[in-house]
Design a protein around this ligand. Structure first.
Ligand code: ADP
Length: 631
């Protein structure tokens, strides 16, 4: 072979092998043959072609050639044996050439192992995808960018009850029209579907209800090829039973909310009804206590104490109910804990003294521990912990109050006592409503609401409560609340000093349907403000008539009268020239600060809650009279 021919042969990308037709040995091979088969060229030359061809069809081919029946073949598959023994899948073409008068078989061969592997892998991936697609409970539909069907699984056909004819139609049907026929609101679904088709990159989800009552959740994502959208995948999930449960839950929630509202309304009504007779019990008890002496005075004091306990209980039950009804409104502000502690300690000191219990406020290093809280409620929570620490203490015991930091953001107020302690098994029930536990003596008053209320209030204020205790040794209860900015503190304004001129004659009109309450105020005024003359009316209409006729200096107006609510009667008083300027104090069983604020905003001169705390009520009446320049 000349040099040029050799160069040309080696430059060829294919493996070229020439075989002598008579001996069937290799007479020539190019460099690619060396690479493909692993033999040096000189080892290939002279080697029978059968040494490197391993496929049965190759044997048959050369048999046929030998028998003179076959000359050439085109692109047939075969197997070649590498020098190492491994097999290579190849494709070969054999041509019979005439070279200088003698014949030669020239084989051009190329390795198809890699493309075969790729083919196998593609087949495996396709089978995996098909199996995955068929095993999902969702109906899957793949469309092209215009909504034409490209692919779907059986679940899709089953969910939409589609006919095989439709899906196998040649002309690539737009599936949307067929889905719309099944829907209760086809227009909305069409809009969603078409919007997604027009925004090829967008993902979307919706729900659709079918005429047969089923509901499907639908989601769609773009199908992308190298970041470029080439179609859409829609998945349909049957959520009928989920929806039914959701509807039932919503109905149950609405019913529970309605029941809760009814409960709150009932409680608020009851609160007024309970506070009115308590007004008389507490008020007359106080009057008697002051009028009587000796054992009779002690008995009157018992009536007062029991009445006060009943009132506390009503207040706690109502608070608990309004928290549960989500109605308790908090007035959250920065509050100085030290202030609250000092106030509360002052309040419980008589209780501690009576049992010879020492109260300590541990030295507070900071002079200000400002928390974000509702001051009135925080006072209520602190008093609850302090009074428990006294109630469940031993005669001559000790109570300590400390404030410490909890992490960076909370202050913890701890009340420690050396009392009876709480057994481990009782601790879990401690913060439940109406749970009274432990071995304390039965005469210790309580209803088991205080701690439950304290915990709920702390949670509402984004805080927490906790405790530790050892039976017979004592307990430690704490409240944690979020810190607030000290600069934002609003200091309580001292109440204006009353320049009371005791002997100025004053006429009060009390509009109240409860005659006992009327008599109580009469009795109190006779004793404590004899210069105040009291007129009383039992209905709004009678009150209006008395007000016009007598022009009293001040009107006390109960907020629930047989012929109307206080707010309406107040409006009438304001609308008439004879009564317009008379200051009016509202009297109500409603103690919610927000309600009181709302009432005050309508123009009342004052607001008293029932049952009346006699001395505080008189002071309030006096201050309104002072403010209006009457006394
Ligand atoms: P009450 O004191 O009105 O019964 P609480 O909710 O305040 O209700 O307390 C619930 C129960 O927890 C009490 O009945 C008492 O058994 C127990 N308890 C509360 N504080 C203490 C304490 N400091 N030491 C021992 N037991 C306590």
């Amino acid at each position: 072979m000349n040099h040029l021919a050799e160069h040309l042969l080696n430059a060829c990308a294919e493996t070229i092998i020439a075989v002598d037709p008579d001996s069937l040995v290799i007479v020539m091979a190019n460099r690619q043959a060396e690479t493909l088969l692993g033999y040096p060229i000189q080892d290939l030359i002279g080697r029978p072609i059968a040494d490197i061809e391993a496929g049965l069809q190759d044997v048959f081919f050369w048999e046929e050639v030998k028998n003179g029946n076959l000359d050439e073949c085109q692109a047939v598959e075969g197997e070649y044996r590498h020098q190492s023994g491994s097999l290579i899948i190849v494709q070969k073409t054999v041509r019979l050439l005439d070279v200088n008068g003698s014949q030669l078989y020239v084989l051009s061969v190329h390795d198809t192992t890699a493309s075969k592997q790729l083919e196998d892998e593609t087949a495996r991936t396709t089978s995996l995808l098909a199996a995955t697609l068929e095993s999902t409970v969702d109906g899957i539909l793949v469309t092209n960018l215009t909504g034409g069907i490209r692919h779907f699984n059986h679940r899709f056909v089953e969910l939409w009850k589609l006919s095989a004819a439709l899906l196998s139609a040649e002309e690539e049907p737009c599936i949307l029209d067929h889905l719309l026929l099944e829907l209760t609101e086809p227009a909305a679904f069409r809009e969603w579907f078409e919007r997604l088709l027009s925004q090829a990159q967008t993902e979307g989800a919706t729900e659709c209800r079918l005429l047969d009552g089923r509901v499907f959740g639908v989601a769609s994502r773009p199908q992308r090829l190298r970041e470029r959208p080439i179609g859409r995948v829609f998945s349909f999930h049957d959520i009928t039973s989920l929806k039914a449960t959701e509807t039932q839950l919503i109905a149950a929630r609405d019913a529970a909310q309605a029941a809760n509202r009814a409960k709150s309304e009932f409680l608020s009504h009851m609160s007024h009804e309970l506070r009115t007779p308590l007004n008389a019990i507490l008020g007359f008890g106080k009057v008697l206590e002051e009028e009587l002496e000796g054992t009779q005075q002690t008995k009157a004091a018992h009536i007062g104490k029991a009445g006060q306990h009943l009132l506390d209980l009503i207040n706690e039950v109502l608070d608990l109910a309004s928290i549960e009804a989500g109605k308790l409104r908090l007035d959250m502000r920065p509050v100085d804990l030290v202030h609250i502690i000092r106030d509360c300690v002052a309040l419980v000191t008589p209780l501690a003294d009576a049992r010879n219990i020492a109260l300590y406020i541990k030295p507070l290093l900071n002079d200000r521990f400002v928390v974000h809280a509702d001051a009135r409620r925080l006072r209520q929570m602190t008093i609850n912990l302090l009074s428990n620490a006294i109630k469940y203490n031993k005669e001559g015991g000790r109570v300590e109050i400390t404030v410490t930091a909890r992490g960076d953001n909370h202050w913890r107020l701890t009340v420690l006592d050396t009392g009876i302690g709480i057994a481990d098994e009782d601790m879990v029930h401690l913060f439940e409503s109406f749970s009274r536990i432990g071995q304390h003596s039965p005469e210790v008053e309580g209803a088991g609401i205080g701690l439950a209320l304290t915990r709920k209030l702390a949670i509402l204020m984004q805080g927490a409560v906790g405790m530790e205790s050892e039976l017979g040794v004592g307990s430690r209860f704490w409240i944690e609340l979020p810190c607030a900015q000290a600069s934002a503190i609003e200091l309580a304004k001292p109440s204006a000093a009353i320049r009371h001129r005791p002997n100025t004659p004053v006429t009060l009109l009390y509009i109240e349907d409860d005659t006992l309450s009327q008599k109580l105020l009469g009795a109190v005024l006779t004793r404590k403000r004899p210069q105040y003359k009291l007129l009383a009316a039992s209905s709004g209409a009678a009150g209006m008539a008395l007000a016009r006729e007598n022009q009293p200096d001040l009107i006390l107006l109960d907020q629930q009268l047989p012929d109307g609510i206080g707010a309406d009667i107040f409006k009438t008083l304001r609308s008439q020239s004879e009564t317009r300027t008379i200051p009016v104090i509202a009297l109500s069983g409603n103690t919610e600060p927000a309600e009181i604020q709302a009432a005050m905003a309508t123009g009342y001169a004052g607001y008293l809650t029932k049952p009346l705390q006699i001395d505080a009520a008189l002071a309030h009446i006096d201050s309104v009279l002072v403010d209006h320049g009457i006394i």
